[in-house]
Design a protein around this ligand. Structure first.
Ligand code: PAF
Length: 279
């Protein structure tokens, strides 16, 4: 059966409360729409692991620190609903006025996981993510919530949100889904020209090659930075190697049990992020 489309918070909370009262497990997949195979993998996993699936589709204005990005963000609700098909029971697609009848007052302090990388590059971004995800958790009270690992730091921030606000939902991280050329799937990929789309695949290719470097953190950093610099279409925003839990920079593999690389590259005005595990 096709999903019910809900636009009001009241209808959302009633539906979720009824499902809980009936003893059903609830899975939530928060999205901003413009769905691709990455989102669909989260939705299918939620479908497999829960009795009832809620998908939210809301381009959250308060997490955009760049107005051009907000304006250009693709809005494709009809196609999103078609792609979801019967993999969700409820699609929550509210207006901005429904979610924010007044500017949100929530001010979070997510601490050190939120101050580095995306948090440093995009002031206010994680607070805006916390605002919408916190409200969704409050309205739906899901047993399980699904997030893609392309936004690895976002997952760390959301875990901190859950801890600070004492939500009971389990956070389920899901692996990055890639285009056949290796580019991490992202709604922003639609803004790339066909040529840029092919060039962008080199981000992942360079990261994969960097895992084969015989050396410590400085050698890997130098390799990635110089390979990215060789591609004229790329402007590197940052490449950081960090502890996979605290997200703090490491200068040597000896400093952390798990080490990951986090990259942000501009192609023209499009900002792409990706990550890779080293240890
Ligand atoms: O990852 C996203 O698409 C967004 O940050 C999220 C979690 C849906 C909140 O708006």
């Amino acid at each position: 059966m096709a999903a019910n489309i809900i636009t009001s918070i009241q209808a959302l909370t009633i539906a979720a409360q009824e499902m809980r009262a009936a003893g059903k497990t609830i899975g939530l997949v928060p999205t901003m729409g413009a769905l691709h195979e990455g989102h669909l993998s989260l939705i299918r996993r939620a479908r497999a692991e829960n009795d009832v699936v809620f998908v939210s589709i809301f381009v959250n204005p308060v997490q955009f620190n760049n107005q051009e990005d907000l304006v250009k963000y693709p809005r494709t609700l009809d196609n999103d609903v078609r792609l979801i098909g019967d993999n969700a029971d409820y699609i929550f697609a509210p207006s901005v006025e429904e979610v924010f009848p007044a500017p949100p007052a929530e001010q979070f302090d997510f601490g050190s996981v939120a101050n580095v990388m995306e948090g440093a590059a995009r002031p206010g971004h994680f607070n805006g993510v916390g605002v919408i995800v916190g409200r969704l958790f409050h309205w739906v009270n899901p047993h399980n919530s699904y997030f893609g690992e392309k936004d690895y730091q976002q997952i760390a921030v959301i875990r901190e949100l859950v801890r600070q606000c004492q939500f009971t939902t389990h956070i389920i991280p899901c692996p990055i889904v890639r285009e056949p050329n290796g580019l991490a799937m992202s709604s922003r990929n639609r803004r790339l020209t066909p040529e840029e789309f092919e060039t962008a695949a080199q981000i992942h290719q360079i990261l994969v090659k960097s895992t084969e470097i015989k050396g410590d953190v400085p050698e890997i950093k130098a390799f990635v930075e110089s390979e990215i610099a060789k591609v004229p279409a790329f402007t590197l925003d940052y490449f950081e190697m960090a502890d996979d839990t605290t997200l703090q920079t490491v200068h040597s593999f000896s400093e952390a049990k798990g080490v990951m690389g986090f990259i942000t590259v501009y192609i023209g005005a499009v900002r792409l992020i990706d990550n890779i595990r080293y240890r």
